[in-house]
Ligand binder design. Structure first.
Ligand code: SF4
Ligand code: SF4
Length: 262
């Protein structure tokens, strides 16, 4: 199993997945972008620090004893999903809601398919987000604080991109999309990280702050995760079981790629 074979497996699977097709016949996700990390990368242990992910974060070898690699993938939303969420400044579009709801089902199924392909090739594989040991730690109001695995932090290690002011990860295909990952004993050559700083791709232009209906983002202080989460949770009352916002990911310079620094 090598990168080309694995990515071909993913591409074929996504092309035939009915959940990736909206009622309109348009797709939710474009083809994924892959990044690979060394399971022993010291940054994984750095993430256990309280000011990064937190002590509950588990390194790859804690998920899978003989782990060699971490495979991270970014699924970019299609133009259909992104443009639909751009017009209304407050309410999530129907397409965006489905992008979150069915979008998570797609991530889970793609992760399971990749894990099965790796196992068929004779390797072990674990999907941390679907593993029984996965924990999300919440505050007294039930809002998420931290977790035992963080897809965006893992994607950073795997060379997929850097954080933005809105705390999304800016990739070569933009910020609007979702991430998944698999830990495996299969050896893959790690992807080069083409950056040195965690906010390197963000221009701090403030467009995401101006787009946020909850005023959760400021250029000076970054994003208030609790204000954001409270707003997103509030959308459940109206769209239950679906929910979402994502206004900070559309109609912004980093929507479709790494923004130009002027
Ligand atoms: S909109 Fe501007 S400030 Fe916000 S994440 Fe994108 S590049 Fe950074
Ligand atoms: S998801 Fe919505 S509420 Fe949260 S930061 Fe982005 S725009 Fe603001």
């Amino acid at each position: 199993m090598n990168r080309i074979m694995l990515e071909a497996v993913a591409s074929e699977f996504l092309s035939n997945l009915k959940e990736n097709v909206l009622d309109s016949g348009r797709q939710i996700y474009n083809q994924p972008l892959f990044g690979y990390g060394d399971a022993g990368d010291p940054l994984f242990d750095e993430y256990k620090k309280a000011n990064i992910v937190g002590e509950g974060f588990l390194a790859p070898c804690e998920w899978l004893k003989d782990a060699k690699s971490v495979i991270s993938f970014f699924l970019p939303f299609t133009e259909t999903v992104k443009s639909s969420n751009a017009s209304d400044r407050t309410e999530p579009s129907v397409e965006w809601l489905h992008g979150r709801w069915e979008g998570q089902i797609i991530i889970d199924k793609l992760s399971q398919h990749l894990a099965a392909a790796l196992k068929n090739a004779g390797f072990e594989a674990v999907i941390p987000s679907l593993d029984s040991r996965f924990r999300a730690y919440r505050n007294l109001n039930g809002l998420p604080l931290t977790s035992s695995w963080s897809e965006r932090h893992v994607a950073y290690i795997c060379g997929l991109g850097t954080f933005g002011l809105s705390k999304g990860l800016i990739t070569e295909r933009g910020i609007a999309g979702r991430f998944g990952s698999v830990v495996t004993t299969a050896p893959f050559e790690p992807s080069a990280r083409k950056y040195r700083e965690i906010y390197e791709y963000c221009t701090m232009c403030g467009a995401c702050a101006r787009r946020c209906p909850a005023n959760a983002i400021t250029v000076e202080k970054g994003k208030d995760q609790f204000v954001c989460q409270a707003f997103v949770e509030g959308t459940r009352a109206k769209y239950n079981p679906m929910y979402g916002c994502g206004k900070c990911q559309v109609s912004v310079p980093c929507q479709n790629g790494i923004p130009l620094k002027i």
